[in-house]
Write a protein that binds this ligand. Structure first.
Ligand SMILES: Cc1ncc(C[n+]2csc(CCOP(=O)(O)OP(=O)(O)O)c2C)c(N)n1
Ligand SMILES: [Mg+2]
Length: 334
C-alpha cells in the first residue's frame, strides 16, 4: 500500500520535472558517486586518514530530499555525510580539502570526514554519535518557530539511530510542538555489521511515525524521483506549520560500514542485487527511455563531473596544512 502510493508519487514527480531538472539530479548523484570513489582511492594512498564512511549507493536519498529544499533550509546529517554536504551546495574542493586535513577545508581541516560543517550554506554537520543529530534538528526547528521564520530542517540518520532514546524523544517533541522538521531514515539494513532485524523490534521503520502522530512513509531510496516526491510533500507540510514527518528511504551502501570494513557479514549475492538497482544508472535509463534526456548531453555531463573531481583533488593536494600556530584556535578551554 505504502509502496504503491510512493510509486504514484514518483510518476507524478517525473511528469512535473523538465529535462534540466532531471539532468541536475543525474549530475549531482554522479558527482557524489565519483567523489566517493576518488575518496576511496585517496584513502588507500594514505592521503586521507582516520574514520571515513562512504555514501556510494545512497545518492538518490540525499539528492531527492535536498533538492526539495530552499537554500535557506537546514540540513543535518551523520558521519556518512559527504553526499548530503555536496548536495547542500558545499564545493567539492572544500569537502575534499577537509578530508585531506588541509586549512582550506570546509571545517578548516580540523574536522575531517565526520565533521563537515558550513553554517553559511546551512549544512549543520556531520555527527559521529549515532542519533546525535536528531535532538539538534529539533532545537533548530524550535528556534525557527520561536523566531517565526519560514525555514525547514531536513534531518538524515541511519536505521541504527532508531533504537536510540534520542530518536523517540526527538520525534515526540517535534510532533508535540509541531516543529518544521523532516526526519529521513536511511534504512540500508545494517548498523555496522548488525542487521536491522537483529536491532529493531519492527521491520517497517516508517510505522514508528504512528506513535508520534505524524505522517510516515516508506520510499524506494534507490529512486531519486520517489524520494523527491515524498520529500516535497513533507517539506510543504513542515513549511505550512503542520509539523514533522518521517520518511524511511530503503537503500543500500555499496561498501562496508567504513573504509576499514570489508563487509564479510553480507552475502555477495545481496550486494549484486542492489548494484543492479543502481540509482544513477536507473535514472539515466529512464531519461533515455522516456526521451527526457539526450545521450550526448549526458556524456558531456559525465565529462564535466570527472573534471570537477580532478580539480577538487588537485586543490586538496596543493592546499596548505593548518599552521601549528593555530593549534589551539577554536578550542573552548585552554
Ligand atoms: C551512540 C553511539 N553508539 C554507538 C556508536 C558506534 N557506531 C558508529 S556507526 C554505528 C552504526 C550506525 O548505523 P546506521 O545508523 O544504520 O548508519 P549507517 O552507518 O548504516 O549509515 C555504530 C553503532 C556511535 N557512534 N554512537
Ligand atoms: Mg544503516
Amino acid at each position: 500500500m505504502a509502496l504503491e502510493r510512493t510509486r504514484h508519487v514518483a510518476e507524478r514527480t517525473l511528469l512535473t520535472m523538465d529535462e534540466a531538472g532531471l539532468s541536475d539530479f543525474y549530475r549531482l548523484m554522479l558527482l557524489i558517486r565519483q567523489f566517493e570513489e576518488r575518496v576511496a582511492e585517496m584513502y588507500s594512498r594514505g592521503k586521507i586518514t582516520g574514520f571515513c564512511h562512504l555514501y556510494a549507493g545512497e545518492e538518490a536519498v540525499a539528492v531527492g530530499a535536498i533538492r526539495a529544499l530552499y537554500d535557506k533550509d537546514y540540513v543535518i546529517s551523520t558521519y556518512r555525510e559527504h553526499g548530503h554536504c555536496l548536495a547542500k551546495g558545499v564545493s567539492p574542493r572544500t569537502v575534499m580539502a577537509e578530508l585531506f586535513g588541509k586549512a582550506t577545508g570546509v571545517s578548516g581541516g580540523r574536522g575531517g570526514s565526520m565533521h563537515l560543517f558550513d553554517a553559511g550554506l546551512r549544512f549543520m554537520g556531520g555527527y559521529a554519535i549515532v542519533g546525535g543529530g536528531l535532538p539538534l534538528a529539533v532545537g533548530l526547528g524550535l528556534s525557527i518557530v520561536y523566531k517565526e521564520e519560514p525555514e525547514v530542517v531536513c534531518c538524515f540518520f541511519g536505521d541504527g539511530a532508531l533504537p536510540q532514546g534520542a530518536f523517540h524523544e526527538s520525534l515526540n517533541l517535534a510532533s508535540l510542538w509541531k516543529l518544521p522538521v523532516v526526519f529521513i531514515c536511511e534504512n540500508n539494513f545494517y548498523g555496522m555489521g548488525t542487521m536491522v532485524q537483529h536491532a529493531i523490534c519492527r521491520e517497517e521503520l516508517y510505522k514508528f511515525a504512528e506513535s508520534y502522530k505524524m505522517p510516515g512513509v516508506r520510499v524506494d531510496g534507490m529512486d531519486v524521483l520517489e524520494v523527491h516526491g515524498a520529500a516535497l510533500e513533507a517539506v510543504a507540510r513542515a513549511r505550512e506549520g503542520d509539523g514533522p514527518s518521517l520518511i524511511e528511504a530503503v537503500t543500500y551502501r555499496y561498501r562496508g560500514h567504513s573504509m576499514s570494513d570489508p563487509a564479510e557479514y553480507r552475502p555477495r549475492r545481496e550486494e549484486r542485487i542492489w548494484l543492479e538497482r543502481d540509482p544513477i544508472k536507473s535514472l539515466r535509463r529512464r531519461m533515455l527511455n522516456e526521451k527526457r534526456g539526450d545521450e550526448n548531453r549526458l556524456l558531456e555531463l559525465e565529462k564535466e563531473v570527472a573534471a570537477v573531481i580532478d580539480d577538487a583533488v588537485a586543490f586538496a593536494e596543493q592546499s596548505p596544512e593548518p599552521p601549528l600556530s593555530e593549534l589551539t584556535k577554536h578550542v573552548y578551554v585552554d
